[in-house]
Design a protein around this ligand. Sequence first.
Ligand SMILES: [Zn+2]
Length: 246
Amino acid sequence: MEVSATILLYFDDPELYQSSATVLDIRENEDGATQFILDQTIFYPQGGGQPFDLGTIQTENSVFEIESVRFADGCVLHNGKFVGGSMGVDEVVDLKIHIERRILNARNHTAGHLIDTAMANCNFNFTPTKGYHFPDSPYVEYEGMIEADDREDAVEKLDAELARLISTGGKVESLVVDSYSDLKDYCKYVPTYVPKDKPVRVVTVAGLGCPCGGTHIGEISDLISVKVSKIKSKSGNVRIGYRVEG
Ligand SMILES: [Zn+2]
């Protein structure tokens, strides 16, 4: 069945933890799990280094527990199992997010942006190449090199800048730009993986814009404390490991 692209409610309101949607399709995925496609969703599908959301799709008599959320062909795919009752196409359902998990992921992800800003402010002018914002050991990678002898100093400088940015605070802002060429007006670095043929959302954290489709917290000072845990450099890449406390 052909279904239209899912409306991403988390784009405009990352703090929307509960909403409703209409079921467009229910099918079996390649792993044998049940898969829901909805007209709109609050669930973040894994991507951009951020884990997927968990939660439930519910009606008065039925509960579907989400086990993973993915994105393909413009659609958000909600995979999981019924823990009670059943639902059908065209039914209006309630969506509920696992709030603690979402907030943890949004904090770790936002902290990754703050590392980008701290790097630029400390004159490490490297292009970001990869972000991993999972809670186990998050990091951001850049094209560049920090020599072994300079790493202790770099950690100290970055930690001081992160603390300053958090105490200064400010809103995390986002806007959608219509064309790839407009990105340069907002972003110091444009990663190569950014699509060139469709509108892109730009997220600005403490003055530095970055193309990004993830979820973020609203206020930088709510991060409380972000510290660099480790700097590694290998084959022209530098990896900044970090931890978010508080
Ligand atoms: Zn982001």
